[in-house]
Design a protein around this ligand. Structure first.
Ligand SMILES: [Zn+2]
Length: 66
């Protein structure tokens, strides 16, 4: 084992999601922190124009807003 002369390469950037053609993709903050769905997605939309409901863009789970 010898010291490496160069630092390890940086971690690859997170993949960029494809362009979202759905309207009004929303990121939600709760208490100043980004809210994340249990599935790991943090982008939501209002299903059917329900402004008090947030639906996960990835798995479709609904969350009640204020
Ligand atoms: Zn989800």
């Amino acid at each position: 084992m010898t010291p490496s002369p160069t630092p390890p390469p940086p971690a690859p950037a997170a993949p960029v999601p494809p362009a979202d053609t759905r309207p009004a993709s929303i990121t939600v903050r709760v208490g100043g922190k980004p809210f994340r769905c249990p599935c790991g997605c943090n982008v939501f939309h209002h299903p059917g124009g329900r402004t008090y409901v947030y639906e996960c863009n990835a798995c479709g789970t609904w969350f009640n807003g204020k």
